[in-house]
Design a protein around this ligand. Structure first.
Ligand code: SF4
Length: 251
């Protein structure tokens, strides 16, 4: 029998468990749980936990067409290491062509509107396809990644998508994460050692300087208040939420 069904109860239950137990519980509780990985440190740790504790969980990634070569190589290395398939969801060709016609291939530097339109075509729409029919969505969000994320719970109802959104690493600090990665021999992106703690699409990610917040290299030309790609809204949605899907999907 599922030990928890409401977001609050599930949240409270997950808070008491180890990381492996959290993944195991989610795997048992939901008929179709989808984990979206961007191959970052958080997601690589979750993939290793899924391989060990929750093989029923479907692992997917958003292949935006603008990823670093190092990320694409890590994708294959990770599949081989854990013997699992990471399903690629790609943008619709027509959507990309429409974007390029209107804004230009790299038009996202020109305005927030253009940047969000690119993220919408390359990430948000593919994410919606990846989550079709899912009961739960697992992410690698952590509270100390940015001010926008400092209050995220372990479990919240995503009313816009009609599923439970789960953040099993919500309480893991940056230092904890590095220690766990080092202990578990998880394959990681070589870009991390070159000053990229958070890695997304190549044209929208830069290395950070010592002392900068770890997401300072993402959409660095924008103000932080707008620095989400539309995959994760700033505030948890409620069951009454009708906000557009554009707000939330990061990597
Ligand atoms: S991160 Fe940059 S390249 Fe990637 S989808 Fe968003 S705007 Fe486009």
């Amino acid at each position: 029998m599922p030990p928890a069904s409401s977001p609050q109860l599930l949240n409270d239950t997950l808070a008491e468990l180890s990381l492996g137990e959290r993944i195991g519980l989610v795997s048992r509780q939901f008929d179709r749980a989808v984990f979206t990985t961007s191959l970052g440190l958080e997601d690589q740790l979750i993939t290793s936990l899924v391989a060990e504790h929750g093989r029923a969980i479907q692992v997917v990634t958003l292949q935006t067409g603008r990823l670093f070569p190092e990320t694409l190589e890590l994708l294959e290395t990770t599949e081989q290491r854990y013997g699992l398939t990471i399903t690629r969801f790609e943008p619709d060709t027509d959507d990309v062509e429409t974007y390029v016609d209107r804004y230009g291939l790299n038009g996202f530097y020109e305005s927030i509107e253009a940047r969000k339109a690119c993220c919408h075509a390359r990430k948000v729409v593919p994410l919606a396809k990846a989550l079709e029919g899912a009961e739960a969505w697992i992410t690698g969000l952590r509270r100390d990644q940015s001010d926008n994320r400092k209050a995220i719970p372990f479990a919240e109802w995503d009313g816009a998508r009609g599923l439970m959104k789960l953040n099993p690493l919500a309480d893991v600090t940056s230092n904890d994460l590095k220690a766990l990665i080092a202990e578990s021999d998880v394959p990681t992106n070589p870009l991390h050692a070159r000053g990229y703690p958070s890695i997304g699409c190549e044209p929208c990610t830069r290395a950070i300087k010592p002392g900068e917040p770890e997401r300072a290299g993402r959409w660095w030309w924008e103000q932080e208040s707008s620095q989400e790609c539309g995959l994760h809204p700033d505030a948890p949605p409620t069951s009454n939420t009708t906000q557009p899907i554009l707000e939330s999907v990061d990597a």
